[in-house]
Design a protein. Structure first.
Length: 105
């Protein structure tokens, strides 16, 4: 029984860590300038538990003036990015499937 108590305590502490940790949004395009983010010059800003990427610190200041406007842009970018990745996976799997099918014949 001592083991289960330990597991419960461990589970609770992990939950607390998750609540306090900010989530990396992962946007690759600056929501303010619309430019691709260069990893060397990238600036990040945490807002409402999410970390957003920007091309430079000046864009963070612009973001702070109207966060919701820019968050919407990030969400649209991520949705488009997700759709592209899904499309690529479908194309890859259909190509692989065709090639795989030929091997059996």
């Amino acid at each position: 029984m001592g083991g289960s108590k330990f597991a419960q305590a461990k589970g609770e502490s992990e939950e607390e860590e998750i609540k306090t940790e900010a989530v990396e949004v992962g946007n690759k395009i600056c929501p303010v300038s619309g430019e691709r983010i260069d990893e060397k010059f990238k600036a990040t800003y945490e807002y409402e538990g999410k970390i957003y990427n920007f091309c430079c610190p000046a864009c963070i200041e612009e973001f702070k003036k109207d966060p919701q406007k820019y968050i919407q842009k990030v969400e649209e970018e991520l949705k488009a990015q997700s759709q592209e990745e899904t499309k690529e996976k479908i194309e890859q799997s259909s190509t692989m499937h065709e090639g795989h099918g030929q091997m059996h014949h």
